[in-house]
Design a binder for this molecule. Structure first.
Ligand code: ADP
Ligand code: MG
Length: 279
């Protein structure tokens, strides 16, 4: 496994963009996996059934009565539809949940309150098997708790844990692992709404403490930091607009790259702003 792409925001529901993204993955010719979110659809279904979703710092608490809905929406509809869409785009994909082949095991993040979990272990055996046979694994981030019951895992965190597991396995003779977060924002934005092209890992907590980065993006850039720490070589955040954007993101031509190292004396805590303004 050399590339982990996580789609969130509106992209996962945009059939045209997703078809193009699948074709990008095919033409990159890197063993890749797609990890998808889809929280908005869960919130919609929950609301229709009279359940109000609750969140803590951008992470769903997943009330026990909501867990079955998360399975239905993410593992059921969203995952299956993405696999069909991949096929229409000429890509043979296989849908997996984190419960398949012990892919994602988690420990409860809000014990007694909800079924949201933090990843405690990752088993890449099944995705690696599929990649060897030429299939693209498409992963819904529900998994199994240490108690054997269903858990819901934040998709950014799941993508990061999968990339970290792949990077830890990647030895001297194996190729590096890259991680790409596709969201509905063109990158991590500064206080003026401009894309920050590069964020040193050491600046992540400062950006969150300063309030520049909040909510889902805070969780995302923390995941980016953890990935770098585990040896993932490239970590990028951005939007997907047109064919070729995955390469552009990986090459630093779009979006925000999170890089190892510390902010230099000339770099303010809120990062460096793009010269060209919003993209
Ligand atoms: N500094 C920032 N730059 C970009 N997005 C930010 C920032 N701070 C907060 N956000 C919010 O984070 C959101 C992305 O996180 P999230 O909603 O969880 O998306 P995803 O579905 O991709 O995980 C953005 O749409 C935006 O509302
Ligand atoms: Mg999110």
């Amino acid at each position: 496994m050399e590339l982990v792409v996580k789609t969130g925001g509106r992209v996962a529901a945009d059939q045209q963009a997703m078809a193009s993204l699948f074709q990008d993955l095919a033409s990159l010719r890197l063993p890749s996996v797609l990890v998808h979110g889809g929280g908005a659809a869960v919130t919609d279904l929950a609301a229709r059934l009279g359940i109000t979703s609750a969140f803590h710092e951008g992470v769903r608490i997943t009330q026990p009565e909501e867990m079955a809905l998360v399975d239905m929406v993410l593992a059921g509809e969203t995952n299956t539809e993405l696999v069909r869409l991949a096929r229409r785009a000429g890509v043979a994909a296989v849908g997996l949940t984190g419960s398949d082949g012990e892919l994602l095991t988690g420990t409860l993040l809000f014990p007694g309150r909800g079924r949201t979990a933090r990843v405690s272990s990752v088993n890449l055996a099944v995705p690696e098997l599929l990649l060897k046979e030429g299939f693209l694994p498409v992963i819904a981030t529900v998994g199994t708790g240490e108690d054997g019951q269903a858990v819901n895992i934040n998709a950014d965190e799941a993508a990061q844990a999968i990339a970290c597991a792949a990077a830890r396995r990647a030895g001297r003779d194996t190729p590096p692992v890259q991680l790409c977060f596709i969201s509905d924002t063109a990158g991590v934005l500064d206080d003026q709404g401009r894309i920050i092209p590069e964020i040193p890992r050491s600046a992540i907590e400062d950006l969150i403490a300063a309030g520049t980065v909040r909510d889902g993006m805070a969780a995302k850039i923390r995941s980016c930091g953890a990935a770098l720490e585990a040896g993932v070589t490239r970590v990028v955040v951005g939007s997907y607009e047109q064919a070729g954007d995955i390469s552009r993101l990986l090459q630093g031509e779009r979006g925000t790259s999170i890089v190892p190292g510390t902010a230099g004396p000339g770099i303010p805590a809120s990062g460096r702003a793009a010269k060209g303004g919003p993209r």
